[in-house]
Design a protein around this ligand. Structure first.
Ligand code: ATP
Length: 364
């Protein structure tokens, strides 16, 4: 019998560095992926402000379909450029990917790697290790609504908050499943899912979230279901971050509370995220934006992008390489081989090289 030719096991990754510091941190993430010997093949895309300004194209026709068809994952840098004041290309690429590819679960871990990175007194790494699951395709981000009588004294602006039962139910169920299948950084089990809303004021949308949360939580009797209003949650996150495990919330609150969480765990330069639709091509991006003020200065912290790459490798089943990346980042933080935002003296490239070298020397 003639055997079938061997099928390539290589995972195919579409890489879109984008704008600003995205173009600096993504090459460092690729450098460390390669140092870990991860079995991947990458293809670069030039989507971003430069291309948009030269030919008016943000996403070429069929671009999202191509990503879904030909790639296992997408690694993205950041979008936003002062030359594009409308930010149109960024919206079309980033929100386009999330909405059109239906990447409904935005996973944003908040894990403190070193006590020195937390602005709170007496908070140790074991005290701050939670994950926010942000609904990524609905809410106030669909741009439903409009402006009437613009630029007159009678101007009216309406921004609709879209919440569908399907959308709310799938992100809440995802949060419980996530909690059931993931452990904390110290290996202990995750056990609690907290839903965060503002249902005391936003009664229609909040009511839907409340009802669905109660229903779905009954399917997971082994996990604890909790609730907090978003204002109280912000206060509690600063007062005692120990109490959080898995948080599920809507698009807007997820965006806001994850910046707060990032601030507690080393800043935006450290924060990683994944945009998932189970079973489909998913997208991975650091939480920070293009940070034009520090772009091009070799100052941007690449660790958030490297941790994002680790999330992607975990998702692709390349666990060994993912763990190597995470361990090396931990070492970089402990040994202060970092950019100035974390108190170090290295540049973006030097941090990337240190992490890659740490992996290649082994021990990470
Ligand atoms: P966006 O609106 O897309 O979030 P932005 O430029 O307003 O973009 P960020 O890009 O997230 O916001 O950055 C805000 C500030 O945080 C930056 O000006 C910079 O000081 C800091 N920052 C963000 N990312 C990093 C990073 N990787 N390394 C160092 N500092 C960072």
């Amino acid at each position: 019998m003639v055997p079938f030719p061997p099928v390539s096991e290589k995972k195919r990754i579409a890489v879109i560095p984008g704008d600003g510091i995205g173009k600096e941190v993504i090459p460092e993430a690729l450098k460390v992926i390669s140092a870990a010997g991860a079995d991947v093949e990458t293809t670069q895309f030039d989507w971003g402000a430069d291309r948009f300004l030269s030919d008016g194209v943000s996403v070429p026709p069929g671009g999202f379909a191509l990503l879904e068809r030909d790639f296992d994952a997408i690694l993205v840098g950041a979008f936003g450029d002062p030359r594009v004041s409308s930010n149109l290309h960024a919206k079309q690429i980033l929100l386009g990917m999330r909405f059109q590819m239906d990447l409904y679960a935005n996973i944003r871990p908040a894990r403190l790697l070193d006590a020195g990175l937390c602005p709170l007194k007496g908070v140790e790494p074991k005290d701050l290790d939670f994950v926010v699951l942000r609904e990524n395709t609905e809410g106030l981000y669909t741009d439903a609504g409009g402006v009437f009588k613009q630029d007159t004294a009678d101007e009216i602006a309406v921004q609709e908050d879209i919440n569908t039962r399907k959308g709310v139910e799938r992100i809440i169920r995802y949060a419980f499943e996530y909690c059931r299948h993931h452990s904390k950084g110290d290996g202990s089990r995750r056990q609690r899912v907290l839903m965060c809303d503002k249902s005391n004021a936003m009664t229609h949308a909040g009511g839907l979230w409340q009802r669905v949360f109660r229903e779905v939580s009954r399917e997971f009797p082994q996990l604890r279901a909790e609730h907090m209003y978003v204002d109280a949650l912000c206060m509690q996150m600063v007062r005692d971050p120990r109490q959080f495990d898995v948080i599920v919330t809507n698009n807007l609150f997820g965006d806001i509370i994850t910046d707060l969480a990032a601030g507690l765990a080393g800043g935006l330069g450290m924060a990683a995220s994944a945009n998932i639709h189970p079973g489909k091509t998913s997208m991975f991006e650091p939480v920070h934006g293009s940070a034009p003020l520090i772009a091009g200065k070799n100052m941007a912290n690449p660790l958030g992008a490297i941790l994002t790459a680790a999330m992607m490798l975990h998702h692709l089943g390349l666990t060994r390489a993912a763990n190597q990346l995470e361990d090396a980042v931990l070492d970089a933080v402990r040994q202060k081989k970092t950019t100035p935002d974390l108190g170090g003296t290295l540049g973006t490239r030097e941090v990337g090289e240190w992490v890659a070298d740490r992996i290649m020397r082994g021990g990470a």
